[in-house]
Design a binder for this molecule. Structure first.
Ligand SMILES: [Zn+2]
Length: 399
């Protein structure tokens, strides 16, 4: 075998990737795949073992002689901190390196209190959760927020929701306490990633996730990856206007945006205007469950209006699955009936041939699952592992 030249010798991060993917799980395999010498393989594997990225298993298949030591990804070799901040409820978790929550909490935080108050509270809850589990190095932080985020800098872009957060770059505020990489994305993107990872990962590369709660938004997964757009504003379908609206002024300043007509807030307002005694999304859901004809008709109309925009998105993106999530998913049948009616009418035959329109399967837990997946995708790349090892010459302390 031709040994690779020195300049392209596989790094420890590359070796980690091979072990994690299962491409090479013994030292001999690693040597064969990378062309590294035995001492070089040994050095890299030792480094990964010392830092908890991989573990050794000695229960390999018996071939008569001594079984080779097999190497595996060490999901317990650290934790990531995840939180999905919502306008109404916030889910907070500490997850292992496979993205499984090992401690979790849910609480109500008013995001409008601003970054200093909210982030301090959030970090205090993470600290509490960390105190409940065996010590493990913190490797990264993933946060979802109900606002447009410029992903590269974790900077809040929107000016109408979370106004006091506008222009704030969140990562440095959190990295100050934990000293690890911090990634921030908008709440719909992280929920879309969570749903995709947990339910569709191997099966579907193209998915449109639409969240209908107090506001309307979408997450676009194309070719297996979340599409954030140039500045993080991809998927903002809530401010696409629909035809034949009621002339409702949207908080963005335009008229008849999807958000102003079909969000939970909009449905609530429509019921109040009809003299109905409702004051929360839960009341709307209860009315639909009780079979209230007026409410069901409003939800169905909302579904058709949503379907108008989803039909265009389907033509543009040709997803395999459209997932509807958010608090309105509880009245899914009525909403989706309206969505289906319009999508199958308006989208091209090819785009809808195998199209599935389905409710979210993960529900509210998708947010933290997605936050953990987002940060793990970033911190477990070969480059990120090499950066970690270069920046932490000693194995990571247990907090
Ligand atoms: Zn608008």
């Amino acid at each position: 075998m031709v040994r690779r030249s020195h300049s392209v010798l596989a790094s420890s991060g590359e070796v980690f990737r091979l072990i994690r993917n299962g491409e090479a799980v013994t030292r001999a395999d690693i040597g064969r795949v990378t062309g590294l010498s035995r001492p070089a393989v040994s050095l890299r594997v030792s480094e990964l073992l010392d830092h908890g990225f991989v573990v050794e298993h000695t229960d390999g298949p018996s071939t008569g002689g001594r079984p080779p030591v097999r190497l595996g990804f060490n999901a317990a070799g650290g934790v990531v901190l995840a939180a999905s901040l919502g306008a109404s409820r916030t889910q907070i978790a500490v997850c292992d390196l496979a993205g499984e929550p090992v401690a979790a909490a849910e609480l109500t935080i008013d995001v409008e209190q601003g970054p200093d108050t909210v982030l301090t509270l959030l970090m205090d809850v993470w600290d509490d959760l960390l105190g409940q589990i065996p010590a493990a190095p913190i490797r990264g932080v993933g946060l979802g927020v109900p606002a447009t985020v410029e992903f590269a800098h974790g900077r809040i872009q929107s000016v109408r929701v979370m106004a006091s957060w506008t222009g704030v770059a969140i990562p440095p505020l959190i990295a100050r306490r934990y000293g690890v990489p911090v990634f921030v994305d908008n709440d719909v993107n992280v929920i879309a990633v969570g749903e995709h990872r947990a339910v569709y990962h191997d099966e579907v590369g193209d998915m449109l996730f639409v969240k209908i709660s107090t506001r309307v938004g979408a997450g676009v997964i194309s070719g297996g990856r979340i599409q954030r757009g140039a500045l993080g504003a991809a998927g903002e379908i809530g401010h696409i206007p629909v035809r034949d609206g009621d002339g409702v002024l949207c908080r963005c300043g335009n008229v008849d945006c999807l958000d102003a007509l079909v969000s939970g807030t909009a449905l609530l307002a429509q019921l109040v205007a009809r003299g109905r005694a409702v004051d929360s999304l839960a009341d709307v859901v209860a009315l639909v469950r009780a079979g209230d004809a007026e409410t069901m008709a409003l939800v169905r109309r909302a579904g058709r209006r949503l379907g108008e925009v989803v039909a265009s998105a389907v033509n543009l993106l040709n997803p395999a699955v459209v997932v509807l999530g958010g608090d309105m998913a509880d009245v899914f049948e009525h909403l989706v009936a309206g969505v289906r009616e319009v999508v199958y009418q308006r989208s091209t035959a090819l785009a809808t041939r195998n199209l599935r329109i389905t409710p979210s399967k993960l529900g509210p837990g998708a947010g933290v699952t997605g936050c953990a997946a987002m940060v793990l995708d970033e911190i477990l790349t070969p480059e990120a592992v090499d950066t970690w090892l270069a920046g932490n010459p000693e194995p990571a302390p247990l907090r």
